[in-house]
Design a protein around this ligand. Structure first.
Ligand code: 8Y4
Length: 271
């Protein structure tokens, strides 16, 4: 899943048309590089990101969603606002990627009534304060308990299990140790009956591990993505589609599940 941020460029006075055009140019590139999905976001969900109104989020994202849907691209919309969810689904978005796991009043109903898919992500606290004092007794167990509760709430609201995806939410109210622990034990999340999605791309945990600036985290991101796949992740939310695709091609060529014949039991034979 390739990431498309639609936020007005503060260094140009091109306004909305310019940001729509540059988002669509970027989308075309990510599709060419092999993205199956594009995740369209109109509000910065990073720590300290500036909140925007539903109207502004719609103004930014809808022209991009409409254009991509008309080009037969699988579109996911990164939003926590029910009003934006409804408009995105009406325009043809197949999935809503909600870092708030459909906890806003009306969010569950928006997905259920629209018949769309949803990614339920774990976050401790809210984007403004979540990185202040992240705290867990057992991060894997607590994230898993939260996701189980949200899966149950979604299904109770009438969302079909085959429309749901879960995500442990790397970097959302977690220290480096919490993030590493979650990635190390990502396989613990594969028994919940729905695919596991991860977003590790260029995140600060990779900056802390490598010492690299956000502009130089591609290699670390690809490594983390491959580790996540090895531990059962099925959807990777990434900036660098080509690099991730190349790594996955190598992974899939070697991996046992896809090969059959080539992987008959082998042992070391003497002479
Ligand atoms: C550099 C680049 C530094 C990006 C930080 C970031 C996730 C997500 C985000 C995720 C799901 C981000 C919307 C944060 N992360 N959705 N969204 N999972 N499902 N930060 O991990 O990319 S935004």
């Amino acid at each position: 899943m390739g990431i498309i941020n639609v936020t007005p460029d503060s260094f140009s006075d091109g306004g909305l048309c310019a940001s729509t055009e540059s988002a669509l140019r970027h989308a075309a590139r990510l599709i060419e590089e092999g993205a199956d999905w594009l995740d369209i976001g109109g509000e910065s969900t990073r720590p300290g990101g500036i909140p925007v109104s539903a109207e502004e989020e719609l103004r930014r994202t809808m022209p991009v969603v409409e254009a991509l849907v008309s080009m037969n691209t699988l579109v996911s919309v990164d939003t926590s606002k029910p009003e934006v969810m409804r408009a995105a689904i009406k325009a043809g978005a197949a999935m809503i990627n909600d870092v708030n796991a459909l906890r806003a009043p009306g969010a569950l109903e928006a997905i259920a009534e629209g018949g769309a898919g949803a990614c339920l992500m774990h976050m401790q606290g809210d984007p403004r304060s979540m990185q202040a004092h992240p705290q867990y007794n057992d991060v894997v167990a607590e994230v898993k308990d939260f996701l189980r509760l949200r899966l149950n709430a979604a299904q109770a609201a009438g969302i079909l299990p085959e429309k749901l995806v879960i995500d442990p939410g790397f970097g959302f109210g977690k220290t480096l140790d919490h993030n590493v622990e979650l990635l190390r034990h990502l396989d613990c999340f594969t028994d919940m009956g729905v695919p596991v999605m991860v977003g590790l791309s260029r995140k600060s945990m990779l900056g802390k591990i490598t010492g690299n600036h956000v502009s130089d985290r591609v290699h670390a991101s690809v490594s983390a993505a491959l580790l996540a796949v090895a531990k059962g992740a099925r959807i990777l939310r990434v900036h660098d589609v080509k690099a991730t695709r190349d790594a996955l091609a190598v992974y899939n060529a070697v991996s046992k599940e896809t090969n059959g014949e080539e992987n008959a039991p082998r042992r070391n034979t003497q002479i």
